[in-house]
Design a protein. Structure first.
Length: 238
């Protein structure tokens, strides 16, 4: 005999005519479905949503730059160049201060400090080596100084009148257009510390952008140059 039965499950009410045996079977099925739904909801909530840090970490083709609070961030993986935010906020309080000079370069904060007798008397932003041209870390010293240094490797190809035909080239890699000559990039107040790497005055876009050298604002580079004799210890850290 059929009976009209009112069933309640998962906040859903409905009237279903069925036999008692069928009702028992239906109730078991509904329990199974409810358990399955609970399991799916649990594992969905616990499933990894992606590493938030991983999305912001450097990738093989990322470009680093400085944020407003002077920490390293990374450009998107689309290869879009970060917005340039030039910095010139250097300080110098070392005039008349005695003590053995030393220099410390921090690639993470993109800053360099000048010390006399262990006391910091100068601080400046820098732009170090970009991806593929990382500035080496370690302990070095100033090997050579040249106030009017010009790069023998990086620069522009120019015509007979000095007009740039092809900019930002590497003379050992980029083909030279016919009728042009290589003009090396100026690196005023150059202080060599390792191989072709050195500190010098240059453009600071607000992120690592050099071929390995440590660029500084011109005024800061001049003060460092004038106060750091050959042999001055230079420590590069990350």
């Amino acid at each position: 005999m059929d009976h009209p039965l009112k069933l309640h499950n998962a906040s859903v009410s409905f009237i279903a005519p069925c036999r008692v045996g069928e009702f028992q079977s239906l109730r078991r099925d509904l329990r199974r479905i409810a358990c399955l739904c609970l399991l799916m909801a649990f594992f969905g909530a616990c499933a990894p949503q992606g590493d938030a840090r991983g999305r912001d970490r450097i990738s093989v083709y990322s470009t680093a730059y400085l944020t407003e609070n002077n920490t390293i961030a990374f450009a998107s993986r689309t290869g879009k160049k970060p917005e340039a935010k030039p910095r010139q906020d250097w300080v110098w309080t070392g005039d008349g201060i005695l003590g053995a000079p030393s220099i410390e370069i921090d690639l993470t904060t993109q800053t360099v400090g000048f010390f006399k007798g262990g006391v910091e008397v100068g601080k400046s932003p820098i732009s170090s080596g970009r991806e593929g041209y990382t500035t080496p870390t370690g302990s070095f010293s100033i090997l050579q100084k040249n106030k009017n240094h010009v790069s023998s490797l990086y620069g522009d190809y120019v015509d007979a009148e000095g007009n740039v035909v092809k900019a930002n080239v590497a003379s050992n890699r980029d083909a030279r257009p016919k009728g042009t000559t290589f003009r090396g990039a100026p690196m005023p107040y150059f202080m060599r510390i390792f191989g072709g790497v050195g500190m010098h005055a240059g453009y600071l876009p607000g992120y690592p952008a050099s071929h390995g050298c440590i660029r500084m604002p011109r005024g800061a580079a001049q003060r460092f140059f004038e106060n750091a004799p050959l042999g001055t210890p230079v420590r590069v850290v990350r």
